[in-house]
Ligand binder design. Structure first.
Ligand SMILES: [Zn+2]
Length: 89
């Protein structure tokens, strides 16, 4: 009976979407915090999202390290290829 976490990872991630959308996290903040306290994977996810939000909010041009740029580029290309498969030639 020592598990106070009523929220599942899925629920937390769903709440995160709301959080990102309009910042209505206050409503679920407590459950959120309780779940996070005992769930490492979700802590990592939230941490990443926080960093992303901070970058947006700063609104400053942020030089992307070349290594990141290459990775983003590759990811976008992969997505593109997935969405628009090249016709066989
Ligand atoms: Zn979790």
């Amino acid at each position: 009976m020592s598990e106070p976490t009523a929220m599942s990872c899925e629920e937390l991630l769903k709440a995160l979407n709301d959080y990102v959308d309009d910042g209505t996290v206050a409503a679920v903040c407590r459950e959120f915090a309780e779940h996070l306290a005992g769930c490492n994977p979700c802590q990592v996810v939230v941490d990443n999202i926080r960093k992303t939000i901070r970058l947006y909010k700063d609104g400053e041009p942020y030089p992307i390290p070349p290594r990141c740029a290459a990775r983003i580029n590759a990811a976008v290309r992969a997505k593109w290829a997935e969405a628009f498969p090249a016709p066989p030639s």
